[in-house]
Write a new protein. Structure first.
Length: 429
């Protein structure tokens, strides 16, 4: 008998329980492609006919709705840009799930009439940062800067220190972003030193706003000087003072003494503060604008505001981040070094591995050079690619010829999956 006659019929496979379940999760086209692929393997002789049902079920079970793979961040870098920056809290994830269907994002259920978008998220921001009169949320920090300079200085000048004209991720340069708005950059001072007189010499009828940018991803030390917000406020003469502080801290954090925060910036003279939602705030990707009510209103009414507005999922996640429990970013930043050592040793002892001191980092351009004391499991360097390719994928740090596995950003509930990944990787190697 031709062995291909023992291969299950397509209609039988499509009616099986694993296939029916996968249809609701993956869709008809992807399920059919997997079934056809397994049948093709069986017909070519690469697969025994009796294995077809189990292989179909296994391949369907391993398929995810998205090509994005979950990764356990064992690098010690808290805000890891390549891993999507801030992981959401359980409250924020639940809020995203609830908002995935129909929600009253622009509807007053009591009256049945249209309402303002993102009211709850703005209220949560103002409750978390009372120094701000109003707030606006757009889709990322760069969009917030573009909207501010477009609304305040198109056809006019944006005065900024040369030492603050930085390049951010993927080669994007803030001077190029600002120039794209139709505003003209008026650079003052030098790379390392800018004085109040440099601003005073150029402020005039063509000035649209004064811009201060926190150089978050590098530090300049030595013979340096800058102009603080209090001085800028005095020099501005009623012109808007915009501060792009970047990282998203709303209040001072003693762990990061040199990292600016929105509350202090607004108190010291900024009219408008720009921050990211997915860095030290610990929420979803968003550009957050806080400050004077008249300026926020001016920005919100600009036509560009519609092009950079956020969706319902971002609004839900941001609100839940601000009103819910401690987000994972904050917990990882303030993780206790002794607890990290205990967790590492608990895993390392099974494999006879060493636990070594290891400093984590804030990441995402925040607090450059500030160490976060902790510990890591020291592994052979050749294990790094094996762990990355495993299930779950584990991203470690390769440094000085070793693979360092840092648990700072790994939830404690994932310690056993980390151990299981190590068992598999060591067995492979």
């Amino acid at each position: 008998m031709d062995p291909r006659r023992r291969i299950p019929r397509t209609d039988v496979l499509l009616a099986s329980a694993p296939v029916l379940e996968a249809r609701t999760r993956l869709g008809e086209r992807r399920v059919r492609a997997i079934v056809d692929g397994v049948l093709g393997d069986a017909r070519s002789g690469a697969l025994e006919p009796e294995e077809v049902v189990d292989v179909v079920a296994d391949r369907l079970a391993r398929q995810r709705s998205s090509q994005l793979r979950p990764v356990l961040n064992a690098t010690g870098v808290v805000v890891h840009t390549n891993l999507g920056r801030a992981p959401l809290s359980t409250a924020a994830m639940a809020a995203v799930h609830d908002a995935a269907g129909y929600v009253d994002v622009e509807l007053d259920l009591a009256t049945g009439s249209r309402s303002k978008r993102g009211v709850a998220a703005r209220q949560a921001l103002l409750a978390a940062c009372p120094a701000a009169e109003s707030a606006l949320v757009v889709n990322n920090g760069a969009a917030a800067l573009v909207l501010a300079t477009t609304a305040l200085a198109t056809g006019r000048e944006v005065v900024v220190s040369r030492g603050e004209l930085i390049e951010i991720g993927a080669g994007f340069r803030l001077p190029d972003l600002i120039a794209s708005t139709g505003a003209r950059l008026r650079e003052v001072g030098t790379t390392n030193r800018t004085h109040p007189r440099d601003y005073a010499d150029v402020i005039g009828p063509l000035t649209g706003c004064l811009l201060k940018i926190h150089p978050s991803n590098f530090r300049v030390e030595g013979f340096t000087s800058g102009v603080d917000l209090t001085q800028l406020r005095e020099l501005a003469g009623g012109l808007p003072v915009v501060y792009d502080l970047g990282s998203g801290l709303l209040h001072p954090d003693p762990l990061l003494p040199d990292e600016p925060d929105a509350t202090t910036a607004l108190t010291e003279g900024a009219d408008l503060v720009i921050a990211s939602g997915d860095k030290l705030l610990g929420g979803p990707q968003a550009g957050i604008l806080l400050g004077r009510a008249d300026l926020i209103d001016r920005l919100s009414r600009h036509p560009l505001a519609r092009a950079v507005r956020v969706d319902k999922l971002t609004l839900a996640a941001l609100e839940a981040t601000l009103t819910g429990p401690l987000p994972p970013v904050t917990a990882a930043l303030h993780a206790d070094a002794d607890d990290l050592r205990t967790r590492c040793e608990r895993i390392a002892v099974e494999f006879g591995l060493d636990v070594v001191p290891h400093d984590g980092r804030v990441g995402g351009g925040g607090a450059p050079g500030v160490p976060l004391p902790g510990w890591a499991i020291r592994l052979p360097e050749r294990l790094a690619p094996v762990l990355r390719a495993g299930n779950p994928a584990v991203l470690t740090r390769v440094h000085d010829g070793a693979c360092l596995l840092d648990l700072r950003c790994v939830p404690i509930d994932d310690d056993e999956p980390i151990a299981a990944a190590l068992r598999t990787a060591l067995a492979e190697v």
